[in-house]
Design a protein around this ligand. Sequence first.
Ligand SMILES: [Zn+2]
Length: 170
Amino acid sequence: MNCDHTAQIDIRKLPKEARPLPDVIHFQGERILTTWTDMHFGGRRQWFLCPSCDRRCAVIYRIGGGPLWGCRICMDGRYASEHKSPQDRRFQKAFKIRKRLGQTEKNLLLPFPDRPRHMHRRTYDRIRAEAKALELEIGLRGLACIQRCSVEEIEEKLAEGKLHEVRVID
Ligand SMILES: [Zn+2]
């Protein structure tokens, strides 16, 4: 999802004249609260309180109905319930293929299902190849997401046999 296309206010990027914001802002018919935290080396930092979940946040986004504004997490939640991400769609597709082959559990870590008796070998091989490619892509994208790097970088490491260098970082 691309936040750049969504109306947003970054409290750090407000013009000097607008800072600090009052504790309560009335904005487009909505009441938005702000709060302060102390910084390590002195000084204080102002934050928005998300109108939807009360989390502290530097940026609020226009998320539409209900509370009009919300933090990134609230916006992603809203978005996720309306649109599935491409990775979600890949998972759904991969589960669907396995289901067609008789797997009932939604788990891609289970061994790939054997060929159902009624299915031609050629059909099975084609489905299996498609599923394997899809599941590899899901895995690569998952790794890239954890590593915060591109899928290409993960593929490079994989090709060089250096995937053990890929550390899972939190
Ligand atoms: Zn929120």
